[in-house]
Ligand binder design. Structure first.
Ligand code: DX5
Ligand code: ZN
Length: 219
């Protein structure tokens, strides 16, 4: 699995298909979809129809990041639209375990997302249930924000807890990631990297993906 999951939030939607073709021909396996309801975050993006649309044309796996209130009302739509991974925010508070079970009952990977200002021990009760933890390195709602440096220490602490619990839970980070911080994130224990703006600002996506991957692999 390529650990780079491009986010399409900041793409130019008029050339989304060619962008996805570029990702596919550069060994990208997963696409990260930032779903925003205008309530949990004060921005609106797109719904489960985009999952179906991408799946109808491409062989990507889809990682749906639900930045929505009441995710229990949305999860089934994203399951049936063809998501492979679905994450929702711990800040939505209710039905956390039910949501995880519902996602896993359909043989998808279940993720829990945490905002930069939420205490990491909020996640601890779920480390043995969730397949992955998404640590936001920006406040959710927009692409192109500055990476929050305290994320690195949070990754380290979560990784310690995962080891302590003997869990196989993966760590995903999302927001402001580029080649200047991806190495230190990898060393702290990150398994999956969501990248948007840094890729779209590049004038040679092949070169940028190669250099990013080599930073992750420490070469
Ligand atoms: C923000 C989203 C991120 C973002 C990607 O709410 O979750 O996925 O689009 O961040 P950048 O564009 O900074 O890589
Ligand atoms: Zn995201």
């Amino acid at each position: 699995m390529n650990p780079i999951f491009p986010s399409i939030l900041s793409t130019n939607y008029f050339n989304l298909e060619s962008r996805l073709n570029e990702f596919y021909s550069n060994a990208i396996d997963f696409i990260h979809l930032d779903v925003m309801d205008g309530h949990f975050v004060d921005n609106i993006s797109f719904g489960h129809m985009v999952v179906s649309a991408i799946k109808s044309k491409f062989k990507f796996k889809i990682d749906s990041h639900l930045m929505v209130n009441n995710p229990e009302k949305m999860i089934s739509k994203f399951i049936h639209a063809g998501s492979d991974w679905i994450s929702f925010h711990v800040e939505t508070k209710n039905k956390i375990r039910e949501n995880i079970s519902n996602i896993k009952a359909h043989n998808l990977k279940a993720g829990i997302v945490i905002n930069p200002d939420t205490a990491i021990d909020t996640l601890f009760p779920y480390i043995n249930d969730a397949d992955y933890i998404l640590l936001m390195s920006v406040f959710p709602g927009y692409g192109g924000q500055e990476f929050i440096d305290s994320t690195v220490d949070r990754v380290f602490k979560i990784k310690e807890r995962i080891k302590y619990e003997g869990s196989s839970c993966l760590i995903q980070v999302d927001g402001g990631i580029n080649t200047s911080n991806i190495g230190i994130l990898k060393d702290a224990g990150v398994d999956v990297f969501v990248i948007g703006t840094f890729l779209y600002n590049s004038d040679n996506i092949k070169k940028t993906l190669m250099s990013t991957l080599s930073r992750i692999n420490g070469v």
